[in-house]
Structure formats: structure tokens, C-alpha cells
Design a protein around this ligand. Structure first.
Ligand code: TXA
Ligand code: MG
Length: 316
């Protein structure tokens, strides 16, 4: 089978309309922001978001940044603190991402938040990104548009070199003016610098009147994996189980049926899309002991297994 072709779309009205239509169909579209090119998907669509991890070949489900057209759209998804509002008013649109409590029922895929109660939001300052967000009219989850472990792309050619044949389209908006990812701030009590980036922390300090805190582990967190959640269900988890033992609720995959399943057909993209919802389901059922069917260690299976191993690891 030959790889499906990735469309190179112009950043004019028809190009943006086609890009928005692809997003609405659950397809993946790379687009320029002022920082780097993002790999976008409808943030409400579990399958589409799972496709991001598959296309990037990401070995783990790190939470993703949701891109929005304006502050009002972000306020509809997250609970803003007064400091967060002040920073957003000062620097949006721009290279600043805010991690804030997710409003219940906001409709964002649990894969975007890695099953956590917080959401990263950003209003990008790039005419093409803004045009696409307006044309699409919904939240767009987008990590940098590079294969996992490779350098972030700042041109459409970089995107095609890394992800050509794996995504539906890339909108060509030329070179990204900032070229490094956004600065990420968390609001857990005070204001914490989670990732240094395109907005200098001096600018954050000038706005707040004090410098943002850095995480207790030392300098700013730069490796995405360091921010991975340790979401685990309440119950004890046993992996690579082929049948439920006494008192266990079974989470199946493919031929190993269960009380519930990640994917009855053994489809890894479907399994990834279902993963956090199933773990929540198990909590909802009050499961105290959980058996999980084997998931192959290929493609998205590696990210699924990474998350399942965390869920099964001894708890502190
Ligand atoms: O400039 C940027 O931020 C680019 C463009 C495309 O907007 N995007 C980007 O996304 O760099 P990504 O996925 O490569 O980096 C997202 C970072 C990760 O380190 C992730 O752990 C963190 O944001 N993050 C996302 N949601 C989070 C959350 N709820 N809590 C803590 N960290 C979060
Ligand atoms: Mg990245």
C-alpha cells in the first residue's frame, strides 16, 4: 500500500476552508503558529486526538495544548484565576500557554488532558492559525508537528519531511517568526513556570509584579515527559491478563474479551481513544481489582502500555 498523500494547502480563504473541513471530519491538519507548526485535531474528538499520537509515534500520552481564537473561548473551557486573566489580557494572542482547571462538562477529549483535571490553553498570534480557528469554530488540540523525539518544525517543508503521508494536510504559512514553543505557566496556588519558551519570563514578571515560581525539582521543566500525569484508577491493576481472576473486573482488548474493552476489534487507535474513558468507567464501577488484557507493543500500543504500566505501578 502506498502512503496516502498529505495535501499542501495555501493559507488563503479556500485553503483554510478545506483545512477546517478536514478537521471537522476528524482528520489531522498541520498549521503554522507564531512559535512552531502545530499538528491539529478537533480537541473534542477522541479518535482524532488519538491520531495525533499515532502520527507522531509518541511513546506516551503527554497532555496537549488546546488552541483557541480568543480569551472568551478559553474561559468557556477553563476556570481562570485573576492572575491568569491578567496574563491572558496582557499576552494573548501570543506565545503563552496557561494550564488551568478544566470546567466540568467542557467536552474536551480525556486524551487531551491525559485524564487530568487541568487543561493547557493558548490563543496563538499568527494570522493563519487565527484564520483556521475562526473557520473551524472549535477547540484545536495541537502539539508541535514533528515525529516524537525530533526537532519542532518551523516551515511547512519541515512538517512534510517528518509527517508527510501520515497526516491529511499542512497549511503553508511560511516560516514561524518565534521559532521556539510557547512559555507554559501553571496556576496551582501561585504562578509556576512549567516550560520556558517564546514569551520571556521577564515579561511575565513585569506583568505579575513578581517572578513566576519554578517547580521544586529545579529549573523549568522542558522535557514533555516530566509533565506526564500519573493518573491511575482507584483499583489495583494487573497487566497482560488473559482472564479475570477472582474479584477482578476485566478490561479487554481484541480477542481477549472483558467486562469492558479498549477495542473489541483490536484497533490500537480506537483503544487509545477509549483508554482514559475506560479507566474512568472502572472507577465509576468501584473496581478494586482490575485485570487488563495484553496490548501489542507496536504503534500506539507503546503509548497505551506506557500509560497502563504507570497505572499498574506501585502507589506511594
Ligand atoms: O508553541 C507551542 O506551545 C506549540 C504550538 C503548536 O502551539 N505547541 C507545543 O505543544 O509545544 P507540545 O505538545 O509539544 O507541548 C505541550 C506541553 C507538554 O510539555 C505538556 O506536557 C504540557 O504542554 N502540557 C499540556 N497540557 C498540560 C497540563 N494539563 N498540565 C501540565 N502540562 C501540560
Ligand atoms: Mg513538541
Amino acid at each position: 500500500m502506498t502512503a496516502p498523500e498529505t495535501l499542501l494547502l495555501a493559507s488563503d480563504g479556500p485553503g483554510l476552508a478545506q483545512a477546517a473541513a478536514l478537521l471537522a471530519q476528524g482528520r489531522l491538519v498541520a498549521f503554522p503558529t507564531e512559535t512552531v507548526y502545530g499538528l491539529g485535531a478537533d480537541a473534542r474528538d477522541d479518535r482524532a486526538v488519538a491520531g495525533i499520537f499515532a502520527a507522531k509515534d509518541r511513546p506516551s500520552f503527554n497532555p496537549l495544548i488546546v488552541h483557541l481564537p480568543d480569551l472568551a473561548a478559553a474561559e468557556a473551557l477553563c476556570l481562570f484565576t485573576p492572575e491568569a486573566t491578567r496574563l491572558a489580557q496582557a499576552f494573548w494572542p501570543g506565545a503563552l500557554t496557561l494550564v488551568l482547571p478544566l470546567r466540568p462538562g467542557a467536552g474536551i477529549s480525556a486524551l487531551v488532558t491525559a485524564g487530568q483535571g487541568t487543561l493547557a490553553v493558548r490563543v496563538p498570534d499568527h494570522p493563519v492559525a487565527r484564520g483556521l480557528l475562526r473557520a473551524f469554530g472549535g477547540p484545536v488540540a495541537a502539539p508541535s508537528a514533528n515525529p516524537s523525539g525530533r526537532i519542532s518544525p518551523t516551515t511547512a517543508a519541515h512538517v512534510l519531511a517528518g509527517l508527510g503521508g501520515r497526516i491529511a494536510a499542512v497549511v503553508d504559512g511560511g516560516a514561524c517568526p518565534v521559532g521556539v514553543e510557547s512559555t507554559i505557566l501553571g496556576f496551582n496556588g501561585g504562578v509556576t513556570l512549567l516550560r520556558a519558551g517564546g514569551l520571556p519570563s521577564e515579561a511575565v514578571e513585569a506583568c505579575l509584579g513578581h517572578p513566576p515560581a519554578v517547580p521544586a525539582t529545579g529549573g523549568p521543566v522542558t522535557a514533555p515527559g516530566q509533565l506526564a500525569s500519573h493518573y491511575a484508577p482507584q483499583g489495583a491493576v494487573r497487566l497482560n491478563a488473559t482472564a479475570a481472576g477472582p474479584g477482578e473486573i476485566m478490561l479487554g482488548f481484541g480477542p481477549v474479551a472483558g467486562d469492558l474493552t479498549l477495542s473489541a476489534s483490536g484497533d490500537l487507535i480506537e483503544a487509545a481513544a477509549n483508554l482514559f474513558a475506560r479507566l474512568h468507567d472502572l472507577d465509576g464501577r468501584g473496581a478494586t481489582r482490575i485485570a487488563v488484557a495484553p496490548v501489542p507493543e507496536t504503534g500506539l500500543g507503546r503509548a497505551i502500555n506506557d500509560r497502563l504500566r504507570r497505572a499498574a505501578a506501585p502507589r506511594p
